[in-house]
Design a protein around this ligand. Structure first.
Ligand SMILES: [Zn+2]
Length: 324
């Protein structure tokens, strides 16, 4: 697999083409519903043992279906998508952040796109306010990986850390990969902005980084696990309270139907195909065997559910979140 396939231009091309596509395959075959009037709420809150969890959206973006399951037979991919009421032209990706109130700490996972990536993302801070969470009350930030939709939001309009004076955590492998001096010269020209964006984000003024090893605990009940493939040092976050556990998958799996049924079908954005497949299988097996809930960053909001083993593959079972 090439080093970095997706570029910001690909995403923007989809955004520009969206109106023309609206009346084609999406309406006729896919189950998508927009809001009536004002936008729908961007947060939901629930409990995991003694922890209080808030899932918050940073917005959404569309990605071309040609960028997913790139090693599959396109006809088989489209047949799978169509049978699951999913569009065969372009997918709609949610961006599900989580704030974990563990009692002693209030931890945010990833900081979103900010205002530098796409016009449909960068809503995290607004949605925090709507959810009644004062950004100043967040005590720790964990970054799962340094792709634009997960880290570019770290910089405010003055190029300073959006949440100053708190510790930021990222995997040591992820940090060291993106911060290589000559990396920008070793990637194709159109992908250099992903490298520069990661370096500018990690280098932002006011962020005090702690580099994590696999399995390391950030605060009691919250630890990271090594889930490489999507990026070289990608990490997921495991929450544990009482007898309950949840894995914040980040982008180890990005589609709860395709990636569960066909963990071997990888996306353009997955930097190492073999590692991605091995990581997915390990995570799915762990979640199914130990009955751990999962949260997918790009799953349909709020993206929380469980993993059912189904022969050699798996199925996603959305969790019921209650109104009271
Ligand atoms: Zn992502």
């Amino acid at each position: 697999m090439p080093l970095f396939r997706p570029t910001r231009r690909d995403f923007l091309a989809v955004a520009a083409a969206a109106p023309a596509l609206t009346l084609t395959a999406r309406v006729s075959s896919a189950a998508e519903f927009g809001p009536v009037g004002a936008p729908n709420s961007g947060h939901v809150r629930f409990a995991l043992g003694e922890m209080q969890l808030t899932v918050l959206s940073d917005g959404f973006f569309r990605r071309p279906v040609s960028s997913i399951a790139v090693n599959a037979d396109p006809a088989a991919r489209d047949a799978f998508l169509g049978a699951h009421f999913l569009p065969v032209d372009e997918g709609y990706s949610h961006t599900n952040h989580i704030v974990i109130d563990s009692g002693a700490a209030r931890v945010l996972v990833d900081v979103g796109s900010g205002d530098r990536f796409l016009p449909t993302t960068g809503r995290l801070m607004d949605n925090l306010a709507t959810a009644g969470i004062d950004p100043g009350s967040i005590t720790h930030v964990i970054i799962t990986h340094a792709h634009p939709d997960h880290i570019w939001g770290i910089r405010d309009g003055f190029d300073e850390a959006i949440l100053p004076d708190i510790p930021y955590f990222i995997g040591a492998t992820e940090h060291d990969f993106w911060m290589q001096d000559d990396l920008v010269n070793r990637v194709p020209a159109e992908m250099q902005q992903f490298v520069l964006g990661a370096q500018n984000s990690i280098g932002v003024d006011g962020a005090d980084w702690t580099l994590l090893a696999p399995g390391q605990e950030v605060v009691p009940g919250i630890r990271v696990i090594d889930t490489p493939g999507h990026t070289p040092g990608h990490m997921s976050v495991v929450l544990e309270s009482g007898s309950e556990q949840l894995i914040v998958l980040a982008d180890a799996l990005t589609n709860p139907y395709l990636d569960f049924a066909h963990p071997e079908w990888v996306n353009e954005a997955d930097m190492d195909a073999e590692q991605t497949i091995a990581t997915r299988r390990r995570l799915l097996d762990m979640a199914a065997t130990d009955r751990m809930a999962v949260l997918g960053y790009h799953f349909p909001f709020p993206g929380v559910g469980n993993v059912l083993r189904d022969g050699d593959s798996y199925r996603f079972i959305p969790a019921l979140w209650r109104f009271d």
